[in-house]
Design a protein around this ligand. Structure first.
Ligand SMILES: Nc1nc2c(ncn2[C@@H]2O[C@H](COP(=O)(O)OP(=O)(O)O)[C@@H](O)[C@H]2O)c(=O)[nH]1
Ligand SMILES: [Mg+2]
Length: 326
């Protein structure tokens, strides 16, 4: 249906997982759209209403649905859409347009050690994302170091160390319960001394101790700035794609405490909903925040840059189309 289909075998595998993850959402949507497409070629009077209902049940959100239906209605009224196929193509285009702004590569300077914080509530996928990104950066020829700034749970430190070992990346850690700011300070110092290109900093995400958590993030930030006033160079908030529109309240919280510069949406395999991605696209707070990467699994290759066209395609593709590209 659209221009650049995923090309390499690896991209196809990735697209396949994204498509599987969005299957539940897609089925809700295409059972609506698919039914519309069946039989009649002409755009019937009820078609747009059915499409509206289908969009609303997918967690795309009320605002997005309204905007898309309004635009499609205008195009139908002006006779710009000849048949159901054209309506479907227009839907694809409008959805992709809404998400296009979120596409932006993570660009890290190479003149100084770049410090990248990962923030987000427990269990969203911070540590896993760090592990995957470490592998990606190394494949690009960068040297990487990890900082175990989630000092609340021993398991968190061990999990990061396991990723470090797997990728042969040094991990700066102290024992559980130690001061996160001191761990991260040491790590930045070590990374700078060894001329490491990128330091990926894991942080704790216990929301039940909100004030304490936010104070701690602010402290880690201050301490790091003593070593480099420009650090952290990026603060990446990880959101769980399965949470849908609700994930947005987390953005507000972490933005205030840590000054988020970009997002990762994890777990778009499994039972992911499209909601979080559309919610990010239309929210004032997240307006300027790109989605640097999406995660579609727990393995080290399951992290890719966000591509709006691929996302919408995984969402809208009918089964025959999906088979053709996956
Ligand atoms: N299916 C799937 N699982 C993921 C993904 N990212 C992380 N996970 C899993 O989610 C759980 C929590 O991840 P973790 O990185 O420990 O979260 P953290 O508490 O934010 O550091 C782990 O079991 C991960 O393996 C993803 O993209 N897809
Ligand atoms: Mg963790």
């Amino acid at each position: 249906m659209s221009q650049d289909a995923p090309s390499s075998a690896e991209e196809k595998r990735f697209f396949g997982r994204l498509r599987e993850g969005l299957a539940k959402t897609r089925n809700q949507l295409t059972s609506g759209v698919g039914n519309l497409l069946l039989g009649e070629k002409e755009i019937s009077a009820g078609a747009l209403e059915d499409l509206e209902t289908a969009l609303l049940t997918t967690d795309v959100g009320v605002e997005t649905t309204r905007a898309i239906i309004d635009e499609l209605t205008t195009q139908v009224t002006r006779k710009q859409l000849a048949n159901m196929d054209a309506l479907y193509a227009a839907l694809h285009r409008l959805m992709t347009q809404r998400l296009a702004r979120l596409e932006k590569p993570l660009k890290l300077a190479s003149n100084t050690t770049q410090v990248v914080f990962f923030v987000g509530v427990n269990g969203v996928g911070k540590t896993t994302t760090i592990g995957k990104l470490a592998k990606r950066l190394m494949a690009e020829g960068r040297s990487v170091m990890l900082a175990a700034g989630d000092t609340f749970r021993a398991a968190a430190v061990e999990q990061l160390q396991a990723w470090g070992q797997r990728n042969n990346v040094p991990v700066i850690a102290q024992s559980q319960g130690s001061d996160a700011a001191s761990v991260v300070f040491d790590a930045v110092q070590a990374a700078q001394a060894r001329n490491v290109d990128v330091l990926l900093v894991d942080t704790a995400g216990r929301l039940q101790a909100k004030t304490q958590l936010m104070d701690e993030l602010a402290k880690v930030r201050r301490v790091v700035q003593r070593l480099d006033p420009d650090a952290p160079h990026e603060v990446i908030l990880v959101l769980d794609g399965g949470v849908g529109q609700n994930a947005l309240s987390q953005v507000e919280l972490f933005h205030e405490a840590a000054g988020v510069t970009g997002l990762v949406v994890s777990k778009l395999d499994g039972t992911a909903k499209a909601g979080v991605v559309f919610a990010i696209a239309q929210n004032a707070l997240t307006e300027s925040l790109p989605i640097y990467f999406v995660g579609v699994g727990e393995a080290e290759d399951d992290l890719r840059p966000f591509v709006a066209d691929h996302f919408v395609r995984a969402l809208l593709a009918t089964d025959s189309e999906s088979e053709a590209i996956s």
